[in-house]
Design a protein around this ligand. Structure first.
Ligand code: NAI
Ligand code: MG
Length: 480
């Protein structure tokens, strides 16, 4: 392959005015944490970005206390119309500070700026706008007459879409009248802390949203706190299981959004060029750090060779490198731990007999990187066909008939998403109907909209986020 060479086009960091140190955001103000503080780094060059406070059990208790007072005294007493005004204000401030948030997100997470700028941050604003609209219309959501909030929501989120997951959690909780204690992931706290400044700018009453940073133990302290009424978690299936145990036997409501191993099914009559773009977007978007990623390509045998050839050609044109460069397609892997996990599963893939191909790209000296990779000759029993790799690695399997495609697609412990590529509308409907997956995309992949519910079956978790359904998780007695 020969490339057109692009000159570097880095987005300016000048829009960021980062503090060297960030505290915990509790009761409307930043305060220091009593745990041992930690550094957040850029995964693209391993350079230090800022020092972050770590919340101890006592700090979490203070955050929950602030959330409880805010719930009792202000937020649950406020009219839905007034709550909505705050949410609209937050949405507009996110838009105003969009560039700054995008740069912070790419710096801290490693995702390409074109994704944080064009996908993550616009969706964050969209989520707040959408739920702002619901705040004064809860009576009409079909979730019971005069529905009531639960109280204090404890929320723990992952590092793959730091700000977007924060929006998915906070927007419906506040619209429904709950107050929040939320913990961003330890490798990506930065955008949440800038978001805390936005809450101050929006004059949100103190304590309505509390943002506590820290690692797993801080998350566990939120989950088991007796005064938390609702737990919402997005992350690994392993931690999700621990959380389900911790909450069992209490009155806490729980929603879990866990892993996935989605089938992206390509029939021989599919528009192949379009499907190639969809496959690429399905698994190489956000370095494959996507719970609903199309990580298993199921391709009809008759078009297998053509699809794989074209895919390799397309992958050879992707540009891997500086996340802040506007021409970058593939950014950095979020952490060394995640890189090790991807390497290990890929090694097992080779060992089990699948055939590995990686795009020939120049890997920077520092930071965490993994070239876009395809495995062919994958058997349904291979680890790389069963385990979530959560990286830029695609496993290709084949099928002959629609029935076989459906059986293979459903042959997974997960059930979060799936994709179907075909020219026939009737086939889309017939196949989608039989896939055990929360979201099924047809002739597209990885599309998100705040009005559309999202969530999984089986080990992908339970509960729905987004849309009217997403409100149910934050209202008493409500089932969407
Ligand atoms: P993780 O589940 O450990 O981390 C997610 C969040 O949970 C982080 O904020 C973390 O601090 C917190 N946490 C960790 N232990 C906790 C505990 N005992 N109680 C409460 N909170 C806790 O995920 P990790 O280790 O970063 O990634 C491992 C794998 O999980 C990935 O390779 C991927 O397969 C999957 N994953 C799935 C995500 C999704 O979107 N569904 C997001 C992140 C990871
Ligand atoms: Mg970081």
């Amino acid at each position: 392959m020969s490339f057109l060479e692009y000159a570097p086009a880095p987005e300016s960091r000048a829009v960021l005015s980062l503090k060297p140190e960030y505290g915990l955001f509790i009761d409307g103000d930043f305060r220091s944490g009593s745990g041992e503080s930690f550094a957040t780094i850029s995964p693209a060059d391993e350079k230090h970005i800022a020092t972050i406070a770590s919340a101890s059990d006592a700090d979490v208790d203070a955050a929950v206390g602030a959330a409880r007072r805010a719930f009792d005294k202000t937020w649950s007493k406020m009219s839905g119309r007034d709550r909505g005004k705050y949410l609209f204000r937050i949405a507009r401030l996110v838009q105003e500070r969009a560039r700054e948030l995008a740069v912070a997100e790419s710096l801290d997470n490693g995702k390409p700026i074109k994704e944080s700028r064009d996908v993550d941050v616009p969706l964050v604003a969209a989520w707040f706008f959408y739920y702002a609209g619901w705040a004064d219309k809860l009576d009409y959501a079909g979730l019971g007459a005069d529905p009531k909030p639960l109280g204090v929501a404890g929320q723990v989120i992952p590092w793959n879409f730091p700000l977007l997951m924060l929006a998915w959690k906070i927007a419906p909780a506040l619209a429904a009248g709950n107050t929040v204690v939320i913990k961003p992931a330890e490798t990506t706290p930065l955008s949440a802390l800038i978001f805390a400044e936005i809450l101050q700018q929006a004059d949100l009453p103190p304590g309505v949203v509390n943002i506590v940073t820290g690692a797993g133990p801080t998350g566990a302290a939120i989950v088991r706190h007796p005064d938390v009424d609702k737990v919402a978690f997005t992350g690994s299936t392993g931690v999700g299981r621990e959380i389900a145990k911790s909450v069992a036997g209490t009155d806490k409501k729980l929603t879990l959004e866990l892993g996935g191993k989605a089938a992206n099914i390509v029939f021989e009559d599919a528009p192949i060029d379009q499907a190639i773009e969809g496959i690429v977007n399905g698994i190489f978007f956000n370095q494959g750090h996507v719970c609903c990623a199309g990580s298993r390509l199921l391709v009809q045998e008759s078009v297998h060779d053509e699809v794989v050839d074209r895919l390799k050609t397309r992958l050879s044109t992707l540009r891997l490198g500086d996340p802040l460069d506007k021409n970058t397609d593939i950014g950095a892997i979020n952490s060394r731990e995640q890189l090790e996990r991807i390497r290990e599963l890929s090694r097992i893939g080779e060992e089990e007999g699948a055939e590995r191909w990686s795009a020939d790209c120049v890997i920077p000296d520092n930071g965490f990187w993994f070239a876009p990779t395809i495995f062919t000759n994958v058997q349904a029993s291979h680890r790389i066909a069963r385990d979530e790799i959560f990286g830029p690695v695609l496993s290709v399997l084949t099928f002959r008939t629609p029935a076989e495609a459906i059986e293979k697609a459903n042959n997974t412990p997960y059930g979060l998403s799936a994709g179907i590529w075909t020219d026939k509308g009737s086939r889309i409907l017939a196949v989608a109907d039989r896939l055990r997956a929360g979201v099924v995309w047809a002739n597209t992949f990885n599309r998100f909209d705040p009005s559309s519910p999202f969530g999984g079956y089986k080990e992908s978790g339970y509960g729905r986020e987004g849309g009217r359904h997403g409100l149910a998780a934050y209202l008493k007695g409500a089932r969407a």
